[in-house]
Design a protein. Structure first.
Length: 251
């Protein structure tokens, strides 16, 4: 396992080449924003927002709307505040550097959480319940979470450091949303190109670029080893097995 210094060097939060910290294309993002349909003056919250790119686009799509970005990664928060200022959103998008489960403000018109279900002690079911509680009646939720595209092989589980019951099928994920009192309006999944570009640009790409630029650094061998392990884990393991679903839900 890579040490903390190597994890930090390879972390997606510090990779300003990434627009999204998730497998997502510009076209797909636009479709999600259209389906969420934030109205003028809407109150929006993003739990586990990263640097808040999707939240800022949702706010930009709705005149007079405001956004609360909830994120614990200091580096991501700093980047998000800088981006919000550069885009004239400094007074409309606020960052809260606290765990998602600790942000208990409610009455939102739209609550978002992409790839952050682990922030709640009970995982996906508790995340969905919390998001349902965060929005007003008739509000919407945009929830992104993993699922198994197919039965995971040993290589896929090893590459992810996962267990078979860490995820279910796409239909099981939809049923969990329904059990939390949320009705699906639109369900889409990240396609293979989105996954490949994300994996290539995030941990693998950032680590590879750092190693090329720092050949004599004391961490060079460790970063290269971590990059090789991630590449093997993806291309030889969970590529095409782990899916990422985006559920636009009505409360």
């Amino acid at each position: 396992m890579p040490n903390d210094e190597i994890r930090l060097l390879m972390s997606a939060s510090g990779n300003d080449r990434l627009t999204w910290n998730t497998p997502l294309s510009e076209q797909h993002a636009a479709q999600l924003i259209a389906a969420c349909a934030p109205a003028p003056g809407a109150r929006i919250a993003d739990f586990g927002s990263g640097w808040g790119e999707l939240l800022m686009r949702l706010v930009e799509a709705a005149p007079g709307s405001t956004g609360d970005a909830v994120e614990t990664d200091t580096e991501a928060v700093e980047r998000g505040r800088l981006l919000a200022g550069e885009r004239g959103l400094g007074d409309r998008v606020r960052f809260h550097e606290i765990p998602a489960a600790e942000h208990t403000e409610g009455g939102y018109d739209l609550a978002v959480s992409i790839g952050s279900s682990h922030a709640w002690p009970g995982g996906t079911p508790e995340a969905l319940k919390a998001l349902r509680a965060a929005v007003r009646p008739g509000g919407r939720v945009l929830f992104g979470d993993g699922f198994w595209e197919r039965e995971p092989s040993w290589a896929a589980l090893e590459g992810l450091g996962a267990e078979p019951d860490d995820f279910g099928t796409l239909l099981e994920l939809i049923r969990q949303a329904e059990a939390a009192g949320l009705r699906p309006l639109q369900v889409t999944v990240a396609d293979q190109r989105e996954w490949d570009l994300f994996e290539s640009a995030a941990n693998i790409g950032r680590g590879e670029r750092w190693a090329l630029a720092n050949p004599g650094h004391r961490l060079h061998a460790g970063v290269t080893e971590a990059v090789d392990a991630r590449r093997s884990g993806y291309y030889g393991g969970y590529r095409g097995t782990l899916g990422l679903a985006y559920l636009v839900l009505s409360a």
